[in-house]
Design a protein around this ligand. Sequence first.
Ligand code: FAD
Length: 278
Amino acid sequence: MDEAIKNELKALVENIEFDVPMRTKTSLRVGGPADVIAAPANAAELQRLIRYIREKGLPFFILGRGTNLLVLDGGIRGVVIDLKGLNTLEVREGGVVYSGAGVPLPKLVYFAMENSFAGIEFAAGIPGSVGGAIVMNAGTTEGEIKDVVESITLMGAGGDISEIKKEALPFSYRNLSLPKGTIVLGAAFRMRAGDKEEIKERVGALLQARKAKQPLDLPNAGCIFKNPASAQAGRIIDEVGLKGLQFGGARVSELHANFIVNNGNATAKDILSLGAFC
Ligand SMILES: Cc1cc2nc3c(=O)[nH]c(=O)nc-3n(C[C@H](O)[C@H](O)[C@H](O)COP(=O)(O)OP(=O)(O)OC[C@H]3O[C@@H](n4cnc5c(N)ncnc54)[C@H](O)[C@@H]3O)c2cc1C
């Protein structure tokens, strides 16, 4: 990247790094270098950055916590924007919980539990950020993010900020379709009053179940394949005998067939080849 642009970016965002291996930023621990990772401290800094990026015609990519990403070995050109600075987490008027996009989802689950808000327990054990969870409509058979979202705050490609009510949001299975370049800044969540001990019990049981069923000791990105209608991708992969299949450093988990794990030295190419074979 051009030195002049690097210097202008440094002047816009204090928390900025260059040539960062994306394997250090993703749960799969693969991915080549990003030219730039900029972490704006707040929405105003993000807005200035987005306007600069647009003015210069630079490509950009939004990073949550990298738990649903397979970054290619060639890395990412342009600016990766890390939203960890958007970390507001509070109860607002009317009992709504507001969370910034950069808040880790487990922290929101814990915050709800501590404040006796029920309804988001299904998300216990899903890693990632609140912003990532909204864009992915993260969930399980117990529930999904759209069930608890009341509204989301967005930044458009030109830096304009708006709030959209849930009714107007096109959520679908593990997806929220937003116009290209839109950034989720945060969301208001509507939960119900609950009994703290009961919430704790449900969260604890879900975390235990994950520990038993998922290969959490090795780098992974959760389930690799979406479930086809009325079937489970993991069961299908298991039934055709692919558990344990290995390409380079990537392996189909013996514990959960819909997880591809990184044995330590996997490349993105290994993971893609194994996924394509499955
Ligand atoms: C062990 C493990 C278990 C998992 N279990 C589940 C599960 O049960 N259910 C489930 O649904 N998922 C699961 N996942 C997948 C993953 O955690 C979720 O999809 C999560 O919501 C991704 O959030 P993230 O912040 O890591 O997003 P990232 O991986 O950083 O990004 C994912 C996508 O969202 C975009 N994005 C992220 N933040 C924003 C934002 N603020 N604005 C605009 N775009 C944004 C990124 O550009 C990218 O396209 C699991 C993953 C792991 C590693």
